[in-house]
Design a binder for this molecule. Sequence first.
Ligand SMILES: NC(=O)c1ccc[n+]([C@@H]2O[C@H](COP(=O)([O-])OP(=O)(O)OC[C@H]3O[C@@H](n4cnc5c(N)ncnc54)[C@H](OP(=O)(O)O)[C@@H]3O)[C@@H](O)[C@H]2O)c1
Length: 266
Amino acid sequence: MGATSAVEDRVVWVTGASSGIGEALAVELSALGAKVVLSARRRDDLERVAARCASETLVRPLDLADMDDADRHVAAVLDRFGHVDVLVNNGGVSQRSLAVDTPLSVDRQLMEVDFFGQVALTKAVLPHLMERGDGHIVAVSSLTGRVGIPLRSAYSAAKHAIHGFFDTLRLELSRSGIAVTIVCPPNVRTSISANAITASGEPYSAMDRIQERGMASEQCARRIARALRRRPRELHIGAPVRAIVLFDRLLPGLLFRLLRRQRTFV
Ligand SMILES: NC(=O)c1ccc[n+]([C@@H]2O[C@H](COP(=O)([O-])OP(=O)(O)OC[C@H]3O[C@@H](n4cnc5c(N)ncnc54)[C@H](OP(=O)(O)O)[C@@H]3O)[C@@H](O)[C@H]2O)c1
């Protein structure tokens, strides 16, 4: 089965579709024939991305920090397309501040967007997927969902929580026909560091060097799109992510010492 047949005419809902990995994924999936629901806060950017898409799209703005109305968003998508095949929980915000400097309010803000936002939308879509006995839920995590990286304590906590929640959900759904995939992208050249929250709650507003040298968002998106066919348990994109996860499993003490020696994490 080719990648095209995996998503052709399927309804794929992508959050964080207004920039970066989500934008590239929406464009890639639409080129493969998927009908794409585009969600994030910035309507203008969602409209811009929709204009780049080759297939039918629905722009559905939402704020992952305020998902009390998640059911209303799902109802709007079902009203338009009749069903959802795939939900890609990709929207998120990173962090650039030491734990000691970061007020609890900022920690909570990161958990709200990066963890509860994904959980809320997933729970709202789930009854529909279970009724159909089919579907695929994708949760975009990070290497920081596996390994703590300085300046990202609450972001890393939220991404670790993603693994706990979606690993459990996968088991609970194992006889339901619904697959759950967790994606750990590498450093990808996006606005993630510029949009990252600092201790003051303001954005960091700079492109990290590690981000600048990262993978192109289009390449990352192609890897995620391909995974929609295989529906793997977990997708680690790129050799550095695979190596660090393996290292952490086998030699956690050594990884700690190596990371401690590293001078910069931006
Ligand atoms: N780039 C990397 O190196 C990297 C590495 C590992 C994991 N990731 C993960 O990949 C995902 C996408 O990040 P990216 O690199 O593409 O960064 P990005 O360019 O900053 O995109 C983030 C997306 O999330 C949306 N978003 C942020 N806060 C939101 C909120 N409160 N409600 C709804 N949408 C919100 C943004 O849209 P609006 O501003 O319009 O809301 C934007 O579309 C994130 O989950 C991130 O943690 C990225």
